[in-house]
Design a protein around this ligand. Structure first.
Ligand code: SAM
Length: 238
């Protein structure tokens, strides 16, 4: 299999992948393809597209200048493992938690972590609203990441409660995000977030545009948040 798109793109993001890491990505792709025929993991399954749309896109955080090694990272609403699993392969020193509400996807992630022999990976089959209220997860992570989960104001309520003071929350977004970031102003303030940076990733690397919204956790999240399951999406803070 030819992983040149991934290898070259990662290099442009400042990540040099070893042969062992490329083998892990290859096995991950095979597992995605196998399981995707049984459960709906992703609509993007063509080999070259997966390399850019899933793998490189997940690694694009490297362009945001956020240090990853040694960090406790949680991927909220990870689905088939994006961006969390590519980050773990590229930065094996991170301590990774993959949070996913759907049981079948969590089962896929458990199998993937075993097959790829990933160490220090926890898979939690739960909703963010519930997990964020548990002391072992609340404000325990240096970095909280989320891709394709919800609008930013909803994401703030689902993600910021996991983020430790002075930690970072990074949301993968696309297109004109002005209205979305404006609408999230109140949610950020209430939940202890502080918008720091919007990083535009070079479209030539990913074969498409990508913006990363970076927020810092500047004060603790009030204990009444997140609200009960479903409410953040149904009645977003705005
Ligand atoms: N992050 C992945 C990606 O970029 O490919 C998956 C995106 S998928 C559109 C959203 C995922 O979030 C789904 O797998 C869904 O089951 C999960 N999800 C939705 N709401 C959630 C919640 N409140 N807590 C945890 N997971 C949730």
């Amino acid at each position: 299999m030819n992983l040149s798109i991934l290898k070259q793109g990662a290099s442009r993001l400042g990540i040099e992948l070893s042969e062992g890491q490329l083998e892990q990505f290859e096995r991950y792709f095979q597992l995605l393809a196998e399981w995707n025929s049984r459960i709906n993991l992703t609509s993007v399954i063509e080999y070259e597209a997966v390399q850019s749309i899933h793998f490189l896109d997940s690694l694009s955080i490297a362009a945001a200048g956020i240090s990853l090694n040694g960090r406790r990272v949680i991927d909220v609403g990870t689905g088939a493992g994006f961006p969390g699993v590519p980050l773990k392969i590229a930065f094996p020193e991170i301590e990774l938690t993959l949070l996913e509400a759907t049981g079948k996807k969590a089962a896929f992630l458990t199998e993937t972590a075993a097959q790829l022999q990933l160490k220090n990976v926890a898979i939690i089959n739960a909703r963010a609203e519930d997990a964020a209220c548990q002391p072992e997860h609340r404000e325990r992570y240096d970095l909280v990441v989320a891709r394709a989960l919800a609008p930013l104001n909803v994401l703030c309520e689902l993600c910021l409660p996991f983020c430790a003071l002075n930690g970072r929350f990074v949301a993968w977004k696309k297109g004109d995000i002005t209205a979305e970031t404006d609408a999230a102003g109140l949610a950020l303030r209430i939940l202890g977030g502080d918008l720091r940076q919007i990083v535009e990733i070079d479209a030539q690397i990913l074969g498409g545009e990508r913006k990363l919204i970076v927020a810092a956790k500047s004060s603790l999240t009030p204990p009444e948040y997140p609200r009960r399951s479903g409410l953040p999406a149904k009645k977003p803070l705005c």
